[in-house]
Write a protein that binds this ligand. Structure first.
Ligand code: BG6
Length: 474
């Protein structure tokens, strides 16, 4: 047996990519609800970066009829979660990860009293997970926020901390009896509107983005403090988009460039959330780039005294960094093409061994339990005449990543589990396409939300079920 019997085989989605029902049950508008589908999309050039300016933002808000916003409709999981979760539990999942939509609980983010209908939805959803034997991992903020905050500077505005903490405390208090693991912020390391709510043309954009991160670190510490005061056993973890990069050549210039980029794009976030202080390299980075943050002593103490309990990260692909590299897309950021790897249609280069590298690295560095909170393979797919999809490429991707996870466990990594990203097809975060499918279950909807919405098992569905049965229990 390659995996221990309590290994958390999981599946993960986010509220904004799956639920739909964007204006049902008192829900307010979130920034995910204004991400428009673009039929002329250049797939190889999509990144997580949403360069939204003030003018563009206002124009989208004023001309909503001109666009189709796929995340408003998702796969209608809000209404179909029972059937969907039943299929996932039958596939063998032990845990389900989803996020809570802030705007279902506080529609504009500024209310003092939560929307009971929103709380009831998540209470029913999590209770249902328990009924069918699924543990729950809940993300409090998955790349969305109430739209109200955009014109106020998003997370660069310190008032966000109180608004977020009010929201988080409500959901943690109300739902902690059903939730096994919490993640305060999904992929906290995006310098991007979706994560920070900072508009691209805001003066001192980079400084504001780092101020936003600082404010999120403080918010995280406050949420952790509140959770532990409720129950010491509540477990909160990091979630970093682990865009692994190698140096392009053994030219020392490439080595140091990759080292420096990784410090600020990945380790900065783990270090602060897990070690509880700003590392020296970040202070030097801020000095060099004339970034002055508004940080006070009390906040630093909060961060120091309320570090998180476990590591989680998303992992899809890797890239290279160095002089003379040709760039390709990937999760979080673009990086260089690696001639030893093969990319998918969006230019994301699959790298199973890179997962073992990342696991070993994080284990050596922090020595606490690790959970892979997202991993998966996207492809454009059509259902065939037998009502299935023969997705051997996904089976290969998953099998190779699972093999590397097993090797990492042998290496001594304390690996808690693995979550398939989008085990059922959902709307893509970066490209807004329904055709960017990760699922082991096919959902019959196209990019414009047209179709029967019926669910069909792909070939990988039965493969996964068999694989985890045969390899778990050691
Ligand atoms: C991560 C996000 O960035 O990657 C998910 O946490 C997202 O929300 C996933 O869906 C894959 O990205 P995409 O654009 O392929 O959906």
């Amino acid at each position: 047996m390659k995996f221990p019997k309590d290994f958390l085989w999981s599946g993960a989605i986010s509220a904004s990519q799956a639920e739909g029902a964007w204006d049902v049950g008192g829900k307010g508008m979130s920034i995910a609800d204004i991400r428009a589908y673009n039929s002329k999309l250049d797939r190889k050039n999509v990144t997580n970066s949403f360069d939204l300016t003030k003018e563009k933002f206002q124009s989208i808000i004023n001309n909503q009829d001109e666009y189709y916003f796929p995340k408003r409709y998702g796969i209608d999981f809000y209404h179909t979660y029972r059937e969907d979760l039943k299929l996932l539990a039958e596939m063998g999942l032990k845990m389900f990860r989803t996020s809570i939509a802030w705007t279902r609980i506080f529609p504009t983010g500024k209310e003092m009293v939560p929307n009971e209908a929103g709380l009831k939805f998540y209470e029913d959803l999590f209770l249902y997970c328990k009924e069918i034997g699924l543990k729950v991992m809940a993300t409090i903020n998955h790349l969305e926020m109430p739209i109200t905050f955009v014109m106020e500077g998003g997370w660069s505005n310190k008032e966000m901390i109180d608004h977020f903490v009010r929201y988080s405390n409500v959901v943690v208090e109300k739902l902690h009896k059903y939730v096994d693991y919490w993640i305060p912020f999904n992929e906290i390391n995006h310098i991007d509107f979706d994560c920070t709510g900072v508009l691209k043309d805001a003066p001192n954009y980079i400084e504001k983005s780092y101020q936003a991160f600082h404010n999120q670190f403080v918010a995280c510490a406050k949420v952790q403090k509140f959770a532990k005061s409720l129950n010491k056993k509540i477990m909160m973890g990091t979630m970093v988009g682990h865009m692994l990069t190698y140096y392009a050549t053994c030219n020392p210039n490439d080595v140091i460039q990759n080292h420096k980029e990784s410090q600020m794009s990945i380790y900065f976030f783990y270090d602060i959330l897990l070690k509880g202080f700003y590392p020296n390299y970040s202070k030097s980075f801020f000095k060099k780039n004339k970034i002055n943050l508004d940080i006070d002593q009390l906040e630093l103490e909060l961060i120091k005294n309320n570090t998180l309990d476990f590591i989680s990260f998303s992992y899809y692909s890797s890239g290279v960094v160095g002089e003379n590299t040709i760039t390709t897309s990937g999760n979080i950021k673009k990086s260089g093409i690696n001639k030893y790897l093969v990319a998918n249609e969006w230019g994301w280069q699959s790298d199973p061994i890179g997962l073992r590298v990342a696991l070993n690295d994080l284990s050596d560095r922090y020595n606490i339990p690790i959970f892979i909170s997202e991993n998966g393979y996207a492809a454009v797919e059509q259902i065939n005449e037998k009502h299935t999809v023969v997705d051997d490429y996904r089976i290969n991707y998953l099998e190779q990543h699972f093999e590397q996870m097993a090797l990492a466990i042998e290496d001594g990594v304390n690996l808690m589990g693995h979550a398939l990203w989008g085990p059922i097809d959902i709307v893509s975060f970066t490209s807004q396409e329904m055709s960017k499918r990760y699922g082991l279950i096919y959902v019959d909807l196209n990019d414009l939300g047209e179709g029967s919405a019926k669910r069909y098992k792909k070939k990988s569905y039965n493969w996964y079920k068999k694989y985890i049965k045969q390899n778990t229990g050691g």
